[in-house]
Design a protein around this ligand. Structure first.
Ligand code: SF4
Length: 932
């Protein structure tokens, strides 16, 4: 923190009006400790802070003589509060600064128009600023334990939705009926009657409607609902409830009988004013609409019952809001846990006082409310500390993604697979409830991370500076993209929308395990007790001992069981058989996995099992329409409808299938199960796994820690910058396999690969234990496929494993020569009769995926290892794209080659530079195996 030192005196020259330039934006990195001091001026006593700042290249380009040496930026008066938050290395932006050439050196100083923004790239949400106003610790508690499913929250959401509908011109009664119907499942879980909910919403909505009627009388009134706004200057983002004549309108479902809006509500409206000003607005008023006011009886209440309260937006409030925002950004970047002493809230009036004290007591945190309860054991607190830091590092990584929205230009984002650009807007079509379907033509063949079902920023050119809306990708074809959005943007570009939802849910899952979790569960997880098993005397699978053992362990586990399933070993079948055995015993089972694809695959196998047992009507799939596979849609739980019916569908289901992310949703968090089976567990972070396992009495994890680990965004690991991020890359599965080896079984018979193909992976990754399940598997070649003849292949390709030596090029991420060779290989296999759909090409880098794609027919699957995990093809061609040596982290994790080499069934061709490959011992052994 900055130090406050004794007062000194400077002359008034610093305020001299003879300034050289007005309105310079100064941005840079704080170079050293910052001192705050008091000085006497002719205006009286003032505070100042001199910040040594290394300006960023762009800014410094204006002043070449600067030569990137630290320059001093003087922050005056109230801005010294923000200066006190600064640490060396933090980013700072000062807007509208003056050049200050007092003294020997030239620097900058704040003016009356200046804003000082700490860590401007960290986008703070408007709701966070509002919560922070109430109490900084409340903001932390909300982040840690999430917002539970309760009626006031659902009612608030409904009223907001109806407000949006009214703004879009929908009829009030239609809107209420539709919105209440949409929330059928949530209302069912809360035991609410739709009629009385509709009445509640109506009471609130009538105030809105009445007020809107006045607004509509004016011709020049212009309205917009729920617009997502991002400010790259102030580092704030949020969705304003509505904007009327360019000014923000916020809806509150409570009452307020005072003349003035509540302070925290004004703060929220002021945030939107800042956001709007950055988008070219000039905002001098804000409106708060307290909808409950119009439902009150004038004879019973005293005070100002008017629902709409306007206030004028002074500069002082806007600057105060930025200072609050700075407090949050600085705390987030430094990883500080708020104590409550930062604010002025009185704990005795706080609704969360009990929670606050319990969390403080259990985690042994300092808080203004004090502590109750025994602290968690030291190792659990240390665990919490490590993982919450790792999760916060992930959050900061998400924020760095936000900053890229304006730091990278369109072409850079497209090249980075973060955007689809150069779209041609085709048409808009109005849907029900005032939403819009938007269509745009794709003009290039670019790949991107965007997938159907993703939320994206759809813009008319720039996601932050242009017209932009949150939209969902409904269809993404080669030549066209179809979206749905609240506003009809003329889409020409789509950007990945970085979401904090995952990090939020990880934090909540961690909290739920440690603060609400079962003690026995924690004993096992912290290696204070060994998992226990009941003896099961039943044969479930009679032709595969390891699979049968795995089902026995899953069924008999009292705490947990671990099923290690290398590629092709029938883990999906094993899970399905275990689920059937549990269902037969009358248990309620949660079936989960990291991705929707894996959930649907395993659900398909479970359906086959239960169908033969006549029990498939007891299955429910929880997920969004776009996330769930077409053939699993009949099992998807509709959320809209009659609350009792929807609730019964969910609660009567004996098997509920959902991704681990969905397990952290408010709906799933209300459910409990006898057992949770989690597939792809080696790709899940520890807290990510808890989202599912927290819901069940015991759990079974299924995965292969010799394949790809959990994906984390934060780089960190060993550097001082993000020291804890690496904790998330080890899965709970891997840790438990290590600490409780007796709780696990490895499936050792594989049903996928020719024996020659599997030999290297078996030796290198599975201690030689992996074997073909049957002679037919061991001896399979492309010859077995209809119309394919191995003899028609060149002699070098007749063996199931072949190596093609291609001298590498110097480019790091692409290799044209390898791409051309891959195309020739595909032709050779096609000539021998192999269908293109049976061929897969794997490359380590996206750039090489694009290069190869441009050389080969479109119906050949070309992708990275990450995308191929979980699938298989008859023939796999791997392009190593390495020259001279194997450089880069992508080659360091040998699990990637394990995944690549275990995708084919009948043929594998490795294409690469033998010199580069032999420079590493593992790749060297691979080369030897492929060449013999
Ligand atoms: S109890 Fe006190 S410190 Fe805790 S959140 Fe409430 S006001 Fe803040």
């Amino acid at each position: 923190m900055a130090t406050v030192i004794a007062s000194a005196t400077v002359t008034d020259t610093v305020f001299d009006a003879s300034v050289l330039t007005i309105g310079v934006d100064v941005r840079g990195t704080v170079a050293d400790e910052v001192e705050v001091r008091s000085v006497s001026t002719s205006h009286g006593e003032s505070e100042l802070a001199e910040v040594p700042l290394v300006r960023t290249e762009d800014d410094a380009a204006d002043r070449p003589s600067d030569d990137y040496e630290p320059t001093t930026v003087t922050l005056w008066n109230k801005w010294t509060e923000s200066a006190e938050l600064l640490e060396p290395g933090m980013e700072l932006l000062v807007t509208d600064a003056e050049i200050d050439d007092y003294g020997a050196e030239t620097g900058f100083k704040t003016t009356g128009d200046s804003y000082v923004v700490v860590e401007p790239s960290f986008l703070v949400d408007v709701t966070s600023i509002r919560n922070w106003t109430e109490c900084p610790r409340l903001y932390y508690l909300n982040k840690l334990s999430g917002v539970p499913l309760n009626y006031p929250v659902v009612k608030g959401t409904l009223v907001h939705e109806v407000f949006g509908d009214l703004l879009r011109g929908r009829d009030l009664e239609d809107a209420i009926d539709a919105r209440v119907e949409e929330r059928g499942l949530q209302l069912g879980l809360l035991g609410e009657d739709p009629e009385s909910v509709a009445e509640d919403v109506r009471e609130n909505a009538q105030a809105i409607e009445g007020w809107l009627e006045q607004g509509r009388l004016t011709e020049e009134d212009s309205w917009r609902s729920e617009q997502l706004l991002i400010s790259e200057t102030f580092g704030i983002r949020g969705r304003a409830d509505a904007i009327r004549r360019g000014a923000p309108v916020e809806l509150k479902t409570g009452k307020n009988l005072k003349k003035e809006p509540r302070f925290k509500d004004k703060v929220q409206a002021a945030c939107y004013a800042l956001l709007l000003e950055e988008h070219g607005g000039d905002v001098d008023t804000g409106t708060l609409l307290y909808t409950k006011n119009s439902a009150l009886d004038r004879n019973e209440e005293t005070g100002d019952l008017t629902p709409a309260k306007e206030f004028s937006m002074g500069n002082g409030l806007l600057k105060y809001v930025v200072r609050l925002r700075n407090e949050i950004a600085a705390a987030e970047v430094a990883g500080d846990v708020p104590t409550g002493y930062e604010g002025n809230a009185k704990c005795e009036y706080c609704f969360e006082q009990d929670t606050c004290m319990v969390v403080s007591g259990r985690l042994d945190q300092e808080s203004k409310a004090g502590q109750i309860g025994q602290p968690l054991p030291a190792e659990e607190r240390e665990y919490f500390e490590r993982f919450s830091r790792a999760i916060e590092a992930e959050r900061r990584a998400v924020h760095r993604e936000y900053a890229k929205l304006w730091e990278q230009d369109a072409r850079e984002r497209a090249d980075d697979d973060r955007a689809l650009i150069d779209l041609e807007f085709v048409e808009k079509r109005e849907l029900e409830a005032g939403r819009w379907e938007l269509r745009a033509r794709r003009t290039g063949g670019a790949t991107s991370k965007l997938r159907e079902g993703d939320l994206v920023l759809a813009s008319d050119g720039h996601p932050v500076r242009g017209q932009s809306e949150l939209a969902r990708i409904e269809r993404l074809d080669e030549d066209e993209v179809v979206l749905t959005a609240d506003e009809p943007v003329a889409v020409s570009r789509l950007d990945v929308y970085p979401s904090e939802l995952t990090t939020d849910r990880l934090l909540v899952a961690l909290h739920d395990l440690l603060l609400k979790g079962d003690e026995r569960r924690k004993d096992v997880l912290f290696d204070r007790a060994n998992p226990e098993f009941e003896t099961i005397d039943e044969t479930f699978i009679d032709n595969n001992d390891a699979q049968n053992d795995a089902v026995e362990m899953a069924v008999g586990a009292r705490d947990c069981a671990l099923i290690h399933g290398p590629p092709g070993t029938g883990k999906t079948y094993t899970i399905a058989r275990a689920v059937r055995a549990m269902v037969d015993r009358g248990e309620r089972v949660l079936l989960s996995a990291f991705t929707n694809r894996a959930v649907d695959n395993v659900l398909e196998a479970v359906l086959e099992q239960l169908d033969s047992a006549g029990a498939d009507d007891r299955i429910v799939r929880v997920g969004s329409e776009s996330g769930v596979r077409e053939d699993m849609q009949p099992y998807r739980l509709e959320r809209a409808g009659d609350p009792e019916t929807r609730l019964a569908e969910l609660e009567d289901a004996q098997v509920v299938a959902a991704t681990t992310a969905t397990c952290g949703s408010r709906i799933m968090k209300e459910q409990s199960f006898d057992a949770a089976l989690v597939d792809e567990a080696a790709q899940l972070t520890e807290p990510g796994t808890f989202a599912a396992t927290n819901l069940a009495d015991r759990f079974v994890l299924v995965g292969d820690h010799e394949q790809l680990p959990p994906v984390v965004q934060a780089e960190g690991g060993t550097g001082s910058d993000e020291p804890r991020a690496a904790d998330l890359t080890e899965s709970l599965f891997e840790r438990l396999v290590d600490c409780h080896p007796d709780a696990g079984v490895m499936l050792d018979r594989q049903y996928r690969m020719n024996q020659r193909i599997q030999a290297f992976a078996s030796r290198e990754f599975y201690d030689g234990q992996l074997r073909p399940a049957e002679p037919e598997v061991a001896g399979r070649t492309v010859d077995d496929l209809e119309g394919v003849s191995r003899d028609a292949l060149p002699a070098t390709l007749r063996d199931p494993v072949a190596f093609v030596d291609v001298e590498g090029e110097s480019s790091q991420y692409t290799d044209e020569a390898e791409a051309a060779r891959v195309a020739e290989l595909i032709e050779a296999y096609e000539d021998a009769g192999l269908d293109r759909a049976d061929i897969g090409v794997i490359a380590p880098f996206r750039a090489q995926v694009s290069t190869i794609s441009s050389h080969v027919p479109a119906d050949v699957a070309v992708d990275t290892v990450d995308r191929f995990q979980g699938s298989s093809k008859e023939l796999i061609i791997v392009s190593f794209t390495a020259t001279g040596s194997l450089e880069g982290p992508i080659f360091e994790d040998y699990r990637r080659i394990n995944v690549a080499l275990t995708r084919p069934k009948r043929a594998l061709v490795l294409v690469g530079d033998s010199r580069a490959l032999s420079s590493d011992p593992v790749y060297g052994r691979m080369l030897e195996w492929a060449q013999t």
